[in-house]
Structure formats: structure tokens, C-alpha cells
Design a protein around this ligand. Structure first.
Ligand code: 4AD
Ligand code: MG
Length: 456
């Protein structure tokens, strides 16, 4: 028997506080659903600041004694019905006719946030499941959403097509061995898939499968048909790092463009994307920026070309300034930040990297032997935020460098209508660190994962 329910979307139709502020019609009866941020009880009258998360601006509600709010505490969720008007300061506020407590907030049971108090990020991080209740983190999440929307808008304007690259993959794109292995947990599936002499990690997919470290190779395949493609999704790296700049799960924006054979063109594309997105969100989220941003940040770099230095020049600068490089001449995070300062403390491209420091897919420089046409973009306080390159499009050269037979399909792209392509990956959380001056990357993502930490 089917039961047919009458359709009611009344709860969905209630405007958010942001929408109410935008309409700003007064003398109207409104319904607001949200959380009590703060509460001041005066003689005969209670003032409540309500937030539903849609904006950083709180809506003030004035409640008469007759509404009996003795048990109401901050942190509780409420439904308010009342009339909207302007107070003597000209701000919109609601005089409540009725306040219904949806969920009490039992402060004595350990609610960690008191009204109007600020807490250190380390303190707030202990309560990952409650972080969206703090003003700062809620602002960061709205800006994070704004950046996502701005990236999609910018790239669609530029003619790019969004591709959902897979999370499960048999390749280790970067070749650094930082992959997480996957296998089925269910005993039933394990038994059903079991084959003689085949380890559990290889039985389900007939070979090892990992969580992706980068969608690049799949994106390259799609670029050989759609020309301009991108993906913005989670990637996973099993690094033994608990640094302020590393996560085991992070988001990466990856772009791949066909018919590009100059590093200059790739750099222009990256610069334009980062500048446009930054200008857009700075403008659209001004009040959220005041909440979420740490320190006074200078965004003059949104108006100027980013400096470009070669890897050789970078090495010279570091040596001349007495910085000891490690044996394989890899830059440390401190080296990266030093180089950025040296170039005016603005995002800086480092190009033409030693071949042995970069993955197999990068194209060799025509002019410099032993170098690949690769770039890193280094940012103030953060260091590397982008890694990219021209891709090796010569079938025979790539064949020599192919790390595994499993990538024959990738080689084949160069056989059937092959084209030069170029692309890059932008670390989404590292970009947010740059944008907001956030020291620790764990404060830019709702549920950070790092070694020994994946409890919720
Ligand atoms: O330089 P990476 O490893 O480049 C790639 O994965 C390329 N396949 C991208 C491409 O060309 N399509 O990573 C790109 C960026 C880095 O510059 C850094 O900003 C960020 O990803 N990143 C991390 N962010 C947070 N936690 C980590 N553990 C990160 N590792 C890299
Ligand atoms: Mg890199």
C-alpha cells in the first residue's frame, strides 16, 4: 500500500537571516530559526542575538517578559515569530510574539563556548563537531564556500569544463609512494573475492587500488577531447607530517589545458585565476573577512604581475644568503618563505626545476638540459601553493620515463591525436591560509585529517 502525503515545504520556504536583511522590508511578520548567540536579560525585556549561519550579522530579537524565557540559554536553538522593524539606530530587529525552544543547550554539560568570548584556534579545534558555532570558524566556512563558487564561476567564464575525476585509482600520479591502500572491510566480500595467492588488497579490483593523490592523469585524458578541463575535489596523501601546512586529506583545484606549450601561458592562467578569485571574495565577504582574517594582510599582489625566478636563480639567492641547502638541494619550507620575502613578499613563480626533483610526466626544457618545464608558485607565509608543468607529449620520451606498464593508457594519449597540454594543482586549503592569514591548515577545513587524527 502506498501512502500519499500532502506536500509541504513551509520550513524550506522560511527566508534565512541573510535574505531577511537583504529584503529589509519592515512591519512584516517573520519566522526565524537559528541559535541564540547571546542573551541579555533586563527588567521585563530580553534581548537575543540570533544566528542561523547564513551571514555573520546577528539578528536582534526583543522579547517581552510574558514569553517566559527563564530557561533559555545561549547555544539553544529557537524558532521566533515576530514583527520586523527598525530600531532607533536604524538596524533591523524583530519584536517577538512567540519563541519556541527547539533544542535546549545544557551549559552545565560542557558546552565549550561562552558568548562574546574569543578562543584560540587550538582550543576551538578540540571541538571539531561544534566549531561551526563560533563566529570566526563560521565566517571561514562561508568564505571557503565563496572561494569554491568563485573558482567555478571564473573557470566557466574562461570556457573550462568541470570533470569528476575518480577518488579510487590504480595510479600514484606523483610517484612519491604517499598513497593510501584500500580493501573491502566486509568478511563476506573478502571471502567472495578471495583467490589463491592474491593478497586482500589486490583481490577486489584485480590489483592494488589507492585513494587518489591527484586527478591529473585522468584530467589529461579528458583534455584530449574537451581541451579545457578542471576538477576540484579531495585528494589524499599518506605523509608522515603533522606540520601546519599538511593534511592527509585536502582539496585540490586541478586544471589541464590542451594546445598549450609555453610555461608563460600556464603562469598567466594561474595568475589570472588567483587574482580574480581573490578580488571577488574580498569584495563579496567583507564582514566575514573581518571575523576570519588573522592580522593585517596586504593584497596589493592582486593588481600586479607575480615575479618569476628560475630554480637556478633561487639556489643562488639562498646560497648568497648563507642558507644551508640539504644534499639533494630541495627547498625547505623556510627556504620557500625566504625566497618569497626576497621577491617582495608576493606570490612568486619558481620555474625550470631539476628533472630528478619532479615527477615523470613533466616535459624537459628545450633550452636547459636536466631541467623540466615545471613551476611552483610560492606564497607569503605559506610557501608552495601551486605545482604545475608542461606535460611530456613526445610518445618515445614518455615511453622511456613511464614508471609502470599500468600507465599504457596514458602513453596512448600521445598516439591518438596527441597534443601538448599544460596544467597545475592549487592546494585549496593553502590558498585559504594565504587569503586569511591562517597559520595552521587544520583551521581551514571542517574535519582535518593528519597522522593519528581521524576520530570523527
Ligand atoms: O605539487 P603537487 O604534489 O602537484 C600535483 O599533485 C600535480 N599532479 C598537480 C597538477 O599538476 N595537476 O600538489 C599540488 C598542491 C601543492 O602545491 C600544495 O599547495 C598542495 O597541493 N598540497 C598539499 N596541501 C595540503 N596538504 C598536503 N599534504 C599537500 N600536499 C600538496
Ligand atoms: Mg609540489
Amino acid at each position: 500500500m502506498y501512502r500519499v502525503f500532502g506536500r509541504s515545504f513551509s520550513s524550506f520556504a522560511i527566508p534565512s537571516i541573510k535574505q531577511l536583511f537583504a529584503k529589509s522590508k519592515t512591519k512584516e511578520t517573520v519566522t526565524i530559526k537559528g541559535w541564540v548567540k547571546s542573551l541579555r536579560k533586563m527588567k521585563g525585556i530580553t534581548f537575543l542575538d540570533i544566528s542561523d549561519g547564513s551571514t555573520d550579522i546577528k539578528l536582534q530579537v526583543v522579547a517581552n517578559k510574558s514569553l517566559q524565557l527563564e530557561n533559555l540559554t545561549t547555544g539553544s536553538s529557537v524558532t521566533v515569530v515576530g514583527s520586523m522593524d527598525r530600531n532607533p539606530k536604524g538596524q533591523l530587529e524583530v519584536t517577538a510574539d512567540d519563541i519556541d525552544i527547539s533544542g535546549k543547550c545544557i551549559l552545565e554539560e560542557g558546552y565549550p563556548f561562552a558568548p562574546r568570548k574569543t578562543y584560540t584556534p587550538e582550543y576551538v579545534r578540540q571541538y571539531l563537531h561544534l566549531r561551526s558555532r563560533t563566529n570566526k570558524f563560521a565566517s571561514m566556512l562561508r568564505i571557503r564556500d565563496g572561494v569554491t563558487q568563485a573558482i567555478h564561476a571564473h573557470l566557466h567564464d574562461e570556457g573550462y569544463i568541470n570533470i569528476h575525476t575518480p577518488i579510487l585509482t590504480s595510479n600514484d600520479c606523483e610517484g612519491a609512494g604517499e598513497v593510501f591502500n584500500i580493501q573491502p572491510e566486509s568478511q563476506n566480500i573478502q571471502r567472495a573475492m578471495a583467490r589463491e595467492n592474491v593478497p586482500l588488497t589486490e583481490s577486489y579490483f584485480n590489483g592494488k587500488v589507492f585513494l587518489t593523490v591527484s586527478g591529473q592523469l585522468h584530467l589529461e585524458a579528458m583534455a584530449h577531447g574537451l581541451s579545457k578541463v578542471y576538477t576540484l575535489g579531495p585528494v589524499f596523501r599518506a605523509e608522515n607530517s603533522r606540520s601546519r601546512l599538511h593534511l592527509a586529506e585536502f582539496y585540490m583545484l586541478e586544471l589541464e589545458t590542451a594546445f598549450v606549450d609555453k610555461l608563460e601561458d600556464l603562469m598567466s592562467c594561474i595568475e589570472k585565476l588567483i587574482q580574480n578569485v581573490t578580488i571577488l571574495v574580498l569584495h563579496k565577504y567583507q564582514t566575514d573577512f573581518k571575523q576570519a582574517q588573522i592580522g593585517d594582510l596586504d593584497f596589493a599582489w592582486t593588481q600586479k604581475q607575480f615575479p618569476v625566478i628560475t630554480h637556478d636563480y633561487a639556489l643562488e639567492v639562498l646560497k648568497q644568503n648563507g642558507r644551508n641547502l640539504n644534499d639533494d638541494c630541495n627547498f625547505t619550507k623556510e627556504d620557500e618563505i625566504f625566497l618569497v620575502k626576497h621577491c617582495g613578499n608576493v606570490p612568486t613563480f619558481v620555474i625550470n626545476w631539476p628533472k630528478d626533483q619532479k615527477p615523470f610526466y613533466m616535459k624537459e626544457c628545450k633550452t636547459e638540459k636536466g631541467k623540466v618545464a615545471a613551476l611552483d608558485l610560492l606564497a607569503p607565509n605559506v610557501g608552495e601553493i601551486v605545482g604545475g608543468s608542461l606535460r611530456e607529449d613526445d610518445y618515445y620520451l614518455l615511453q622511456e620515463k613511464l614508471p609502470t606498464e599500468k600507465l599504457q593508457w596514458y602513453l596512448e594519449l600521445r598516439k591518438f591525436g596527441g597534443v601538448p597540454t599544460a596544467g597545475f594543482g592549487l592546494g585549496f586549503e593553502r590558498y585559504l591560509q594565504l587569503l586569511l592569514g591562517i597559520t595552521n591548515i587544520k583551521d581551514t577545513i571542517p574535519f582535518p585529517r593528519w597522522p593519528h587524527n581521524c576520530s570523527l
